[in-house]
Design a binder for this molecule. Structure first.
Ligand code: FES
Length: 167
């Protein structure tokens, strides 16, 4: 029996077929890997940042679904030319609206894109041992949903073990 296709917006389908800014960035200032514990998918976000903390270029690599590729593509376009502080304020709800909405079961794919961006921004300041006032000390919801590679592997292997043990 085949599964019913996801009711994606036209915009999502377009971005999925022709994603912008897809690929590794060799001269990135900072990058961050983020994996979603809900589905096990991972993305990497790359940012090239100027001395004035403006995002000159953003790219991504995704091992995620159509919704993740579309939201990441939209996000990399949106943050170009933005100050890090303004890029930080973009919420996953803004992003979901901009791609014409997402089925509820796919919200986490947009959350993953924002989480990866925020992880990259946080890494930028961590590398410089800086802590601007606007950057929250605690991880935000989106960052918590976008685990680092190692954390994701732990969660997934624990889950597999639980399934194998039949618990
Ligand atoms: S289902 Fe994993 S990112 Fe969309």
């Amino acid at each position: 029996m085949s599964r019913a296709p996801m009711p994606y917006s036209q915009k999502i389908l377009e971005l999925f077929r022709n994603p912008k800014n897809l690929g590794r960035m060799d001269d990135a200032t900072v990058s961050a890997v983020a994996g979603n514990p809900a589905c096990g998918d991972m993305i990497t976000f790359y940012l090239k940042v100027t001395e004035d903390e403006v995002i000159e270029k953003a790219t991504f690599e995704s091992y995620g679904c159509a919704a993740n590729i579309a939201t990441s593509s939209m996000l990399t376009e949106k943050v170009k030319g933005m100050k890090l502080e303004d890029a930080w304020k973009i919420s996953w709800k803004n992003l979901v609206d901009e791609v014409g909405g997402l089925p509820t079961v796919k919200f986490h794919c947009g959350v993953l894109a924002i989480g990866a961006l925020r992880r990259a921004i946080r890494a930028y300041y961590k590398d410089r041992q800086a802590a601007p006032e606007w950057l929250p000390g605690e991880l935000t919801f989106e960052e918590k949903q976008a685990l680092e590679e190692e954390e994701l592997a732990k969660v997934l292997s624990k889950r597999m073990k639980t399934t194998e043990d039949g618990v």
